[in-house]
Design a protein around this ligand. Sequence first.
Ligand SMILES: Cc1ncc(COP(=O)(O)O)c(C=O)c1O
Length: 410
Amino acid sequence: MASVRHAEFVLERGDDVWVWDRDGRRYLDATASLWYANVGHGRREIAEAAVAQLERLEAYSTFGDFANEPALELAATLADLAPMPARVFLVSGGGDAIDTAAKLARQYWSQVGEPDRTILISRTAGYHGTHGYGTALAGIPANREGFGPQVDTIQVPHDSIEAMHVEMERADPSRIAAVFVEPVIGAGGVYPPMPGYLEGLSELCRQTGVLLVVDAVICGFGRLGTWFGIERWQADPAMIVFAKGVTSGYLPLGGVIVCERVAEPFWTTPGGPVLRHGPTYSGHPTCCAAALANLALLGRERLVERGRDLEGALLDALAPLREHDAVAEVRGGTGMMAAVELRSDVLDTQAGAIAKVTGAAREAGVIVRPLGRAVAVSPPLTATPEHFQLIAQALDHALDSLSASLSGTR
Ligand SMILES: Cc1ncc(COP(=O)(O)O)c(C=O)c1O
């Protein structure tokens, strides 16, 4: 906060993959803002759907028996798209949805007579938002530290199914409620899963009864080329958490796809257990109307499939950066997301190296995202291979200026 106080980068307008600052300079949005502008910026259809709903019924609670048409239609649409028979719980964003899934997992076990199942497992480098449970689940230590005592969680190395198995046994599976997993880790550095990892984890969950919660907040709605990302692997989620691409960010919305088994205690018997959990804007009709218009666009323009069709082209465009002195690794190839990680000695000797790269790329007209040791690229799904070349050129230029400043300091 202190560093940007007098240096805000103020954006004013957007159109498809482009955004403009208040001085009229144009930038390629190579991050789809925070991984969410899947259909690109400035889509009139979504604005019109939101305005029409604002004029009809801007907002109304969905507590008790209250409902509204856009919320009902969105829940039905998402349940149809889900990879398992499911109910849908709507909230305002990804962090809300993670907290919902975590509380639902623990309450589910309590309702079915296993109240000791309270522990939640997450993976190193994982990111699950900034709410209470999401903070406790953080696999990036800095995001968890300094907030005092939190709920019981265990962090397991993200790339080893064996480590997951060992940790589950050590903690005792009958005390574990759920494991949270991003199909491709996003904010923690863009790590596609090791071959067989997600299938192995799903099988481990089946054997131990632990609920598999897939965090598809980044990976959903086309980012990995399917509606929820996880369909690419043989896995059987108990819940799928979504947000971001469900509206492409035009209005805030998130939610949880809940398999029938987990929904059942709260759903089947009138007078049965009530899940005492519900944020004010759950099922907000205007946000749901924007989501429906966004889903229609994703489907009509075949943007969901593009996340997979173009994953190779994005990685190919960035791969030559591996030859650069300052680069340790270029990761990607699973969905339209990638990361360029800098070498440890560069990160150690050059304070703020990542910020220098993102700053120089922005100077060259391309917005990329700093992620600790790497810069991330995740353009709107409307981006083309020509845009990928522009991104690669800007990064190449930014890495050159980093190297030039490095040799200046030697
Ligand atoms: C994988 C993942 N889960 C959860 C969240 C939290 O979502 P929100 O920022 O909408 O609360 C994010 C946000 O970036 C995310 O990337």
